[in-house]
Ligand binder design. Sequence first.
Ligand SMILES: Nc1nc(=O)c2c([nH]1)NC[C@@H]1CN(c3ccc(C(=O)N[C@@H](CCC(=O)O)C(=O)O)cc3)C=[N+]21
Length: 345
Amino acid sequence: MLFSLSGHRVASDCRWSRFPSSKGGPRFNRTLIGPRKPFSACPMAAIEERQAVVIDGKACAKEIREEIAAKVEAMKSEMGKVPGLAVVLVGTRKDSETYVRNKERACTEAGIESFSSRLPEDISQEELLKVVEDYNSNDQVHGILVQLPLPKHINAELILDAISYEKDVDGFHPMNIARLALKGRSPLAVACTPQGCLELLDRHGVTIAGKRAVVFGRSNIVGMPVSLLLQQRDATVTVVHSRTPNPKEICLEADIVIAACGQAEMIQGDWLKEGAVVLDVGTNAVDDPTAKRGYRLVGDVKFSEAVQRAGMITPVPGGVGPMTIAMLLKNTLQSAQRSLMGDAI
Ligand SMILES: Nc1nc(=O)c2c([nH]1)NC[C@@H]1CN(c3ccc(C(=O)N[C@@H](CCC(=O)O)C(=O)O)cc3)C=[N+]21
């Protein structure tokens, strides 16, 4: 285990599986983690000498990307082919550009061929459809991702529906969502961020079955699919959204909290049950003139408080975000394997 500069314990190995339970769990040596600040809203924390394990999503994602790279290499030597991923970016949103750049780098490192279309903000819907259809019929491309959000004059649903179901590595196609929701069926691809969340829980030895999970947010890309995945794994799931009257009370019941509501630092330390596992999906840009890019990222959870109360927590950045990219590569590899093996769907 490593200790970060801020004194938080960091899970250095993503298969690390010791989970400090609220009762009788391991107590950690104060001399190793340094003096703790008492958290006034949480009287128990002042008594218990415990801080959350900070889940290192970056390290975990790196390990997965290496596993994928080895499989891509094997595909290359056995079949002479590599997976291909096409990313379509419309406009010049800074965060979208960063994401697309990160993805391209991850593809290259894993040996996946990367196809990119950077298109002007004012592209017409017809022109964009044509780009998607060209990738649909390109047999070197096994995955297509159209970066969201799209400009207002474009009907995003229409574009997402146009991506062939087999190449939908985002898992956003209605057929993939339907198959995720139906018992006894399985989708070709599961949305990357939700899949990354489950992977982090599994790789850190967190039991899901029988646990109470609370998901903040009901978006098509995170909240809804992650709540389905947790339910499939036998958690009891509550979805909290903007019209839920008592989010704090509901959150206090949760063993597992997935924060995906897009509200900077909304979930505070005293919203958490002690020992809860907290995955923070939020990536909110906050202006910061001292930062290189002029902004910094904060999650949907108030980390400095939550780390005093949770059992495990993901930071932002370096938590769920990098896992999203790793899962995208995984979905692309699987799509290529399916296509090359001629698997029946
Ligand atoms: N069709 C589509 N698919 C998506 O999966 C999709 C999308 N559109 N639109 C936007 C959201 C957001 N998203 C992120 C992925 C990785 C990081 C990520 O790697 N974040 C780094 C930090 C990146 C930075 O420094 O800016 C981290 O959290 O450590 C963040 C956000 C994917 N999305």
